[in-house]
Design a binder for this molecule. Structure first.
Ligand code: ZN
Length: 65
């Protein structure tokens, strides 16, 4: 899968505060635990249901190829 796919698909926030406020809004509409992380690819902030470390590990796996 194109690694940029996630960036195109996900909502982007310019900073952590924007991401947190966006996440708070989504939690009201659809109550799931979200976390925010700064994307290593596009440097914007995204919301995720997954642990951000999993994403970083995936990135490491690609780099070691
Ligand atoms: Zn991104």
């Amino acid at each position: 899968m194109n690694p940029w796919y996630v960036c195109l698909k996900k909502r982007k926030y310019p900073n952590e505060a924007e991401a947190l406020s966006g996440g708070a809004m989504q939690e009201i509409l659809n109550p799931v635990k979200l976390r925010v992380y700064q994307c290593p690819r596009c440097k914007n902030w995204h919301l995720t249901k997954r642990d951000a470390e999993g994403i970083l590990k995936h990135e490491d796996t690609n780099a070691s190829h």
